[in-house]
Design a protein around this ligand. Structure first.
Ligand code: NCD
Length: 320
């Protein structure tokens, strides 16, 4: 099995072969998830703790369902009522949980790099469920699986990532993944929402949305992340929709069979027209949610195999 990592912290650390390994295994979990009886015993006896310091609907529930389908005992920490509110640091909280011997720790945090720091302090597998503006690896993997299933491949495609690139860990992880797999990447958005370093990741930056969408196979929309803005990034929501909101007229510049994606949650009428989002002939937004559970099952399965092997080795060494 071509996957040797102890943690899933970002796409940056994964090779194209590891990415393909995850996607291939996820394809098998898609089949399992479509059955009436979805239970597997892959993680039986293991404990998974979900620690979400930032709000989440789909990512947290997706990780919870994924763990339960694999037979793990899953606990959701309610960070709003935890001792973090009393001033306990992230590391103290993690160390406390670590002492309870979890096997998988799923973490979302508002600070970029917080999940990597935490991973260095615990002896279980850590999965990054989004850290600040840094990475959101399972989102990029589920997007890749969605694209691969819709287009039949995950290379040589023209992919336009549009909107609030500056605040988006989704854009960053996708850019790294899709770049590694050899695609033609475009970033579309106003200069105020376009960070300087992103073009270095191998994408062409285009300010005009129609020009950016021309001939695209995949149109990936991003949420305008108002909670990460301190004003002044966009003139008004109306103006933003006019210039960067995906509607039928702008979508007509992409290929006729181009798919429309959005990680959710959507701001309808801000970055995307509601009718486009709901058009089952163009939008794969619901597929993304379905692929999310399968991809998370695959990631946890692979990490659990490595964890078992690692622990087995340590026990063997202690007898020498
Ligand atoms: C994304 C996130 O939290 O980074 N959402 C998600 O995980 N589905 C994108 C977003 O919040 O806009």
């Amino acid at each position: 099995m071509a996957f040797h990592a102890r943690h899933l912290l970002g796409i940056e650390q994964l090779s194209p072969l590891e990415i393909t390994t995850i996607l291939d295994l996820a394809d098998r979990y898609v089949d399992l998830n479509r059955r009436t009886v979805k239970q597997s015993d892959t993680l039986a006896g293991m404990t998974q703790i979900n620690m979400f310091f930032e709000n989440s609907t789909r990512t947290q529930s997706s990780f919870e369902i994924a763990g339960k389908r694999l037979g793990a005992d899953v606990m959701n920490m309610n960070m709003a009522t935890s001792s973090v509110k009393k001033g306990e640091t992230l590391i103290d909280t993690a160390m406390t949980l670590n002492a309870m011997h979890p096997d998988l720790l799923v973490v979302r945090h508002g600070a970029s790099g917080a999940v990597n720091l935490l991973a260095s302090k615990v002896n279980c597998a850590v999965l990054n469920a989004g850290d600040g503006r840094h990475e959101h690896p399972t989102q990029a993997l589920l997007d890749a699986l969605t694209i691969r299933r819709a287009k039949g491949r995950i290379d040589r495609l023209t992919i336009a990532i549009c909107g609030d690139v500056a605040h988006s860990r989704v854009a960053r992880s996708n850019l790294i993944l899709l770049g590694k797999m050899g695609n033609n990447l475009r970033l579309i958005g106003p200069p105020t929402l376009m960070p300087a370093g992103f073009a270095e990741l191998g994408a062409t930056v285009i300010e005009d949305m129609r020009e950016g969408l021309r001939g695209a196979d995949v149109v990936m929309m991003l949420r305008l992340q108002k909670e990460r803005m301190d004003g002044g990034f966009v003139p008004s929501m109306r103006e933003y929709y006019h210039r960067y909101g995906l509607d039928a007229e702008k979508l007509a510049f992409a290929k006729p069979d181009a798919i429309v994606m959005h990680p959710g949650p959507m701001n309808r009428g801000v970055e995307i027209d509601g009718e486009i989002a709901d058009d089952i002939n163009r939008s794969v937004i619901q597929d993304q949610v379905e692929m999310g559970v399968a991809v998370r099952m695959a990631c946890m399965d692979l990490l659990a195999r490595n964890l078992r092997a690692d622990r087995g080795r340590k026990i063997a060494e202690s007898y020498v």
